[in-house]
Design a protein around this ligand. Structure first.
Ligand code: DQA
Length: 145
């Protein structure tokens, strides 16, 4: 039987993890996180694919593609687009994908402009504030969906 596929989508500036404000986001790079998720996915019987883009429309395109390909669930750290993107909210609603919102930090304990999450209006769950571990906890949640 084909493995269930989990897509891990990362938005703007997350390519800089490792050196980007490590006091907030930690020292792990996105490659470190992707390697751990791939291994964790194998143990859970999931095929994990990780991607990153700095472009909002590319995230929208990837959600559409995920729907066409029948992915089981999406882990989405949309970075700052979390707080601004009605287009991402609409894409999640239109595709009816099971999206788990992920954040390394806890945006709700930070500046007020980070408290609103458009992604959260359509996500089935949110894992935040655990640093890189947020992704691993989110993958466990995705396996149970
Ligand atoms: C983030 C939180 C967002 O507010 C911020 O814009 C990011 C990263 C996080 O993972 O903690 O780029 O999504």
């Amino acid at each position: 039987m084909a493995l269930r596929k989990i897509l891990v989508l990362n938005g703007p500036n997350l390519n800089l993890l490792g050196t980007r404000q490590p006091e907030i986001y930690g020292r792990d790079t996105l490659d470190d996180i992707a390697a751990r998720l791939t291994a964790q996915g194998e143990a859970l019987g999931l095929a994990v694919e990780c991607r990153q883009t700095n472009h909002e429309g590319v995230l929208v395109d990837w959600l559409h593609q995920a729907k066409r390909e029948g992915v089981h669930a999406v882990l989405l750290n949309a970075g700052a687009y979390t707080h601004t993107s009605i287009a991402l909210l609409d894409a999640i609603l239109a595709t009816e994908l099971k999206v788990i919102e992920v954040h390394l930090s806890d945006p709700e304990t930070r500046e007020p402009f980070r408290h609103l999450s458009y992604v959260g209006m359509a996500a089935v769950a949110c894992v935040k504030g655990l640093g890189a571990k947020s992704y691993e906890v989110a993958l466990e949640r995705a396996a149970a969906l």
